[in-house]
Design a protein around this ligand. Structure first.
Ligand code: HEC
Ligand code: HEC
Length: 284
């Protein structure tokens, strides 16, 4: 009798343990998917072949100076090891560091603010599962008038709409998913919307194209406008483009979009690419 009870207890414990591990594995796998959907690799990995994954160092030139994306491996000294879930969520939701300083919006937290807590926790679980890499961050090289991080608070007051995405009950599930992937995770507007003088993507010209894109790229209009945008593309054309980078006329995309295809949209599920297409068809 005692033995049977002990055995039952042992089975219950090991079964519980296995289920816990499965849930943890699921979060890590989901986090890896979100890392792609969030396009994090494009910035946080130096382009050099031998650069360690996500150890930072990539230079981003902007009108306000040159930013270097930091090390986001779980190294405690030089990366983000030891952060709590709350600190991680605050970085994305409010653009705030664990020490209370403001991040610069070169880190697209104004888009990532819409990520759900669950997704952020899964993303953190994935990052925590990586090998820590000791690689000190390079200091940004900024124009004098933006060197003061506290000033970003004023910018946030104007342009940061902090808060997790909430589905709109008037839209289909697929379009809602598309909104989440385009506006928040995929931060497509960071390149495809024109910016105002303070460097904020213009909400009144969402995805309407940006003649001064990153790295000097001219970024096309991807609204549903037939003349200026991609109104003549079908949803399948868009989904196929996001999978392999081929335009309906047979040309391949170049510049920074080829990295978006490689690191982000080609790695999404077919369903998610169709969700992006469904939402883009509704943007005019
Ligand atoms: C467009 C480039 C870009 C993209 C895309 C990007 N980041 Fe960053 N990230 C930066 C820059 C630049 C900083 C530094 C901001 C600063 O110093 O104020 C940063 C800062 C961070 C920080 C704070 C690090 C620290 O040491 O305080 C974390 C965490 C982070 N990014 C994670 C991510 C994750 C995860 C993703 C994908 C979901 C991502 N980033 C996508 C450019 C980017
Ligand atoms: C880092 C900047 C950047 C980001 C982020 C980005 N794009 Fe692009 N995109 C570009 C550039 C630059 C081009 C033009 C490439 C060329 O000239 O070959 C482009 C081209 C395109 C085109 C082809 C349009 C045409 O008329 O040729 C589509 C569609 C597109 N992007 C969709 C997206 C979607 C959807 C997202 C978000 C998931 C996204 N892009 C995110 C920079 C970006």
């Amino acid at each position: 009798m005692r033995h049977a009870a002990a055995l039952a207890l042992l089975l219950a414990l090991t079964a519980g343990g296995a289920a816990g591990d499965d849930a943890a594995d699921d979060a890590v796998a989901r986090g890896e998917y979100l890392l792609h959907a969030g396009g994090c690799i494009s910035c946080h990995q130096a382009s050099k072949e031998k650069a360690a994954p996500l150890s930072g160092g990539r230079a981003l030139d902007t009108p306000f100076g040159r930013f270097f994306a930091p090390n986001i491996t779980p190294d405690v000294e030089t990366g983000i090891g030891g952060w709590s879930e709350r600190e991680f969520i605050a970085a994305f939701r409010h653009g705030r560091s664990p020490g209370g300083a403001n991040y610069y919006p070169a880190f697209p937290y104004p888009a990532y603010t819409g990520m759900t807590d669950d997704d952020l926790i899964a993303l953190k679980a994935y990052l925590d599962s990586l090998e820590p890499v000791s690689q000190p961050n390079r200091p940004h090289q900024l124009t004098w008038y933006v060197r003061w991080r506290a000033a970003v608070g004023a910018w946030n007051a104007l342009y940061l709409k902090a808060g997790a995405f909430e589905p709109d009950p008037n839209l289909s599930e697929s379009v809602n998913r598309g909104v989440y992937l385009v506006k928040h995770l995929g931060h497509c507007g960071e390149c495809h919307s024109p910016r105002n003088r303070l460097g904020a993507p213009r909400a009144d010209a969402f995805l309407a194209g940006n003649p001064d894109g990153p790295e000097g790229d001219v970024v096309p209009n991807i609204t549903n406008d037939e003349e200026a945008g991609i109104g003549e593309w079908t949803e399948d054309d868009i989904a196929f483009f996001l999978e392999i980078g081929m335009l309906p006329d047979g040309d391949f995309t170049g510049a920074s979009m080829s990295e978006v295809i490689d690191h982000n949209t080609s790695r999404l599920s077919a369903e998610d690419r169709l969700a992006i297409a469904a939402f883009l068809k509704s943007v005019d």
